[in-house]
Write a protein that binds this ligand. Structure first.
Ligand code: ADP
Length: 496
C-alpha cells in the first residue's frame, strides 16, 4: 500500500514540496523562491502562473530526486499563504490579473468606510475577524469593481474566486475542481464561521455574487485527483489547510487549550478551543482550526507584527552582529538586560494593545548598557509580546494555558525559548520536526488516505526536541513584565 505523503507548502516568498514517510520522517524537500511585485505604495501582487509553476517545479523535482514513483504516494496535502486572492475565468482557466497578496493595503480605505458604517460589528459577529484589508473579501470586491471585464464575467457565471489552495487545486485537477478548504474560507471575511456557510449579508454588502465562490470543503478528505497529464497518473488531493492552521495540526495541538506559537518574521499564536468558536474581547481572531469529517475544531488566533524581524533590524540596521544565530550567545553572556527594554512597535502595536501610532523604543538605558544587553532585551521583547497574547487568550477563552509548543526560525534560539517558558511560568516545547506547517498538511492528507488511523496515532508521532521549564520565580517574572508594560505604555501614541 502507498505510504508516502507529499506536502505542498505554498508560502509568501517560496513554494516548497516535501515528501514524508509513514513515520513522519522527512524524505526529500525542494524549494523555489518567487517574487512579489509592488505596483503602488502599499500594494503587493504575485503572478498566479508563477505561483503555480514554482509549486509544480518543486513537486516534479521531489519526485525525481527521491526516486519514488507515483504509486508510492498515498495523497497530496496542501498548505498555503492565507487570504491572498486569485480570480480566473472558469472557461479558459486564465487568471484575471495578478494575485492580490494578503499584505496588500489597497482596500484599507474601504475598510475604514465599513468601520464608519458600523458594519465591522456584523463582520466580527459573523466571521470572527476584525475589519482589515488583510483579509480576502474586500480584495474580491476590488477585483469586481476595478478589473476590466470582471463584473461581466461574474454576470455570465464564469468568474471564479479562490485563495491559493483553490487556485492550486484548480490547476492540479486540470480545471475540474473549484473548492476552498474551510480554514482558508474562515479568513475571507465573507464566510460565516458560526453557521459554516458563505455569509449572504456580507456578500450582499460587498456586492460579491455567491456563484463566484468555491464550494467549501473539510480540511481532511479527498477533494479531487491530479490530472493525469501532469504526472502521468493521478494522485488524490486529500488534505488542505492555511499555513497557521496546518502548523497547529502539525504540532499535534489536538486538545482544547493546547497552543502553538510560530516565531518567524512576526509571531502567530493559535489555541485550540475545541468545538466552540470563541469571540474575543481583545481583538484576537476566531477561526476554524480544521474540519475532519463533520467534526469542526475552532481556534483563537493572535499575531505579533514584529518578532524575528527585530533581530533582522539589529543585524542589518544597527549592525550589532552578522548572523541571527549569534544572538543566543550574546544574550546569555550577560545575566540580565540591565534594565533595558526594547519595544519593537515599528508598525504600531497589535493585540492586545492595538495602537497604530505606537513606535519602536529602547527604554531604561544607562551608561553601562552594552550591545549584549540590547540583544538580550530584544529577544526578551519577543517573549513578552507572546506573553501578552497568551494572557488575553486565557481571558477570552477562560482556559488556562498549561504549555506552549514553539516553532519557526527564531525558535532555534534556546535563550528565547527558555525566557518564554520563564515569563509564561509554564513549560514550552520545541518539536524535532520544525517543518510543522508542511507536516500538518501531510497529516491531514494521510488521515484521509489511510496512512494514519487518527489523531491518536499522529499525537504519538509528535516528538519533542527540547522542553524548557521555568527557571525563575513568579515574582521575578512579574517584575520583568511590570517593566515591559511600563515600556509599552511609553511607546504608545508617538506618531501623530
Ligand atoms: P518567516 O517564515 O516569517 O520568513 P522563519 O520561520 O524562516 O520566518 O524565521 C526567520 C526569522 O527568525 C528571521 O526574522 C530571523 O531574524 C529569525 N531568526 C532565525 N534564527 C534565529 C535565532 N537563532 N535567534 C533569533 N532569531 C532568529
Amino acid at each position: 500500500m502507498s505510504k508516502l505523503v507529499m506536502a505542498l507548502d505554498q508560502g509568501t516568498t517560496s513554494s516548497r514540496t516535501i515528501l514524508f514517510d509513514e513515520t513522519g520522517a522527512l524524505l526529500c524537500s525542494e524549494n523555489e523562491l518567487f517574487p512579489s511585485t509592488y505596483p503602488k505604495s502599499g500594494w503587493v501582487e504575485q503572478d498566479p502562473e508563477v505561483i503555480w509553476s514554482s509549486q509544480l517545479n518543486t513537486m516534479k523535482k521531489v519526485l525525481e530526486k527521491s526516486g519514488h514513483s507515483l504509486k508510492d504516494i498515498a495523497g497530496l496535502g496542501i498548505t498555503n499563504q492565507r487570504e491572498t486572492v486569485i480570480a480566473w475565468n472558469k472557461d479558459t482557466g486564465e487568471a484575471l490579473g495578478n494575485a492580490i497578496v494578503w499584505q496588500c493595503r489597497r482596500t484599507a480605505d474601504y475598510c475604514e468606510i465599513l468601520k464608519k458604517e458600523g458594519f465591522d460589528q456584523v463582520i466580527k459577529e459573523h466571521t470572527g475577524l476584525v475589519t482589515d484589508a488583510y483579509f480576502s473579501g474586500t480584495k474580491m470586491r476590488w477585483i469586481l469593481n476595478e478589473v476590466p471585464g470582471a463584473h461581466q464575467l461574474a454576470a455570465q457565471g464564469k468568474l471564479a474566486f479562490g485563495t491559493v489552495d483553490s487556485w492550486l487545486i484548480w490547476k492540479l485537477t486540470g480545471g475540474k475542481v473549484h473548492i476552498m478548504d474551510i480554514t482558508n474560507a474562515s479568513r475571507t471575511l465573507v464566510y460565516n464561521v458560526f453557521k459554516r456557510e458563505w455569509d449572504e449579508e456580507i456578500l450582499k454588502h460587498f456586492d460579491i455574487p455567491i456563484q463566484t465562490l468555491p464550494e467549501v470543503k473539510p480540511s481532511s478528505g479527498i477533494v479531487g485527483h491530479t490530472d493525469p497529464s501532469i504526472f502521468g497518473a493521478s494522485i488524490p488531493i486529500a488534505g488542505i489547510a492555511g499555513d497557521q492552521h496546518a502548523s497547529l495540526f502539525g504540532q499535534a495541538c489536538f486538545e482544547t487549550g493546547m497552543a502553538k506559537n510560530t516565531y518567524g518574521t512576526g509571531c502567530f499564536m493559535l489555541m485550540n478551543t475545541g468545538d466552540t468558536p470563541i469571540l474575543s474581547q481583545h481583538n484576537l481572531l476566531t477561526t476554524v482550526a480544521w474540519q475532519i469529517g463533520d467534526q469542526v475544531t475552532y481556534a483563537i488566533e493572535g499575531s505579533i507584527f514584529i518578532a524575528g524581524a527585530l533581530i533582522q533590524w539589529l543585524r542589518d540596521e544597527l549592525e550589532l552582529f552578522q548572523d541571527a544565530s549569534e544572538t543566543e550567545a550574546m544574550a546569555t553572556s550577560v545575566d540580565h538586560s540591565n534594565g533595558a527594554y526594547v519595544v519593537p512597535a515599528f508598525v504600531g502595536l497589535g493585540a492586545p494593545h492595538w495602537d497604530p501610532y505606537a513606535r519602536g523604543t529602547i527604554m531604561g538605558l544607562t551608561r553601562n548598557t552594552n550591545k549584549r544587553h540590547i540583544v538580550r532585551a530584544a529577544l526578551e521583547a519577543i517573549a513578552f509580546q507572546a506573553y501578552d497574547i497568551a494572557h488575553v487568550m486565557e481571558l477570552d477563552t477562560k482556559i488556562a494555558l498549561n504549555s506552549l509548543r514553539m516553532d519557526g526560525g527564531a525558535s532555534n534560539n534556546n535563550f528565547l525559548c527558555q525566557f518564554q517558558s520563564d515569563i509564561l511560568g509554564m513549560p514550552a516545547s520545541r518539536p524535532k520536526v520544525v517543518e510543522t506547517t508542511a507536516m500538518g498538511a501531510a497529516f491531514l492528507a494521510g488521515l484521509a488516505t489511510g496512512v494514519w488511523s487518527g489523531t491518536d496515532e499522529i499525537q504519538k508521532m509528535w516528538q519533542e526536541d527540547r522542553r524548557f521549564t521555568p527557571q525563575i520565580s513568579k515574582g521575578q517574572a512579574d517584575d520583568l513584565l511590570k517593566g515591559w508594560h511600563r515600556a509599552v505604555e511609553r511607546s504608545k501614541g508617538w506618531e501623530s
